[in-house]
Design a protein around this ligand. Sequence first.
Ligand code: SAH
Length: 242
Amino acid sequence: MAHPRPPAFGTGPAAIVAISAILLLMAASGSEPDFNALRERMVERQIEARGVEDPRVLAAMRKVPRHRFVPEDLQASAYHDGPLPIGKGQTISQPYIVASMTELLDPRPGDRILEVGTGSGYQAAVLSELVRQVHSIEIVPELAERSRALLQKLGYDNVEVITGDGWKGLPEHAPFDGIVVTAAPVEIPAPLLEQLAVGARLVIPVGNADQIMRVVERNEDGLSERDLYPVRFVPLVREPGK
Ligand code: SAH
């Protein structure tokens, strides 16, 4: 048999095994992976290749050091094409999903954005590069504390992490120029719709077992919505007793 063609870099098992082996070898030899090169490749092959076009979003994805937002033992996998565990049963979203949700939000430099589901803080950091102020709510106190400290350490001064239930939004800072929710409710929480400014968008995965990425926009004459692509997020939970 002729030599099989080497696998193209992709998401197939062979590619993942090959990349993991290279990263393991690098780790064993004590040298750190070239995170900048891995990040550039992530943007080209996972994000641009799938149609994300907004130059500001692409620049933010090129800039934010995703490996700093994953557990240390998973840093070598930070630029893989998938979600990763971040502890407490939660995950950091796949890079493409972060880029796509950010693009769908259509962020402008002067905007004030609400994120529900801080998790690792990565999506908040990406938004922080693009807008004036990010308010991000996380219901698991340990995750909120960790992300708050990390974002501060990395210099993301325009992100405020709030510990609490994002179901209610953040009425004291509403209305927002955009809201992004990174955990899935079965139905959109009414307070989030109420806290959208005119012209603002809510980007939110909705559903139970089958979830869909939905964009709701508030216009002068009401709300319009469109459904985009199937997704799988952790559930948006409610504070016990609420
Ligand atoms: N945006 C995150 C992805 C986080 S996963 C990132 O970039 O890493 C979703 C997060 O939503 C989890 O951390 C989970 O604890 C949180 N979450 C779930 N329900 C919530 C709620 N009602 N309010 C706030 N955060 C919630």
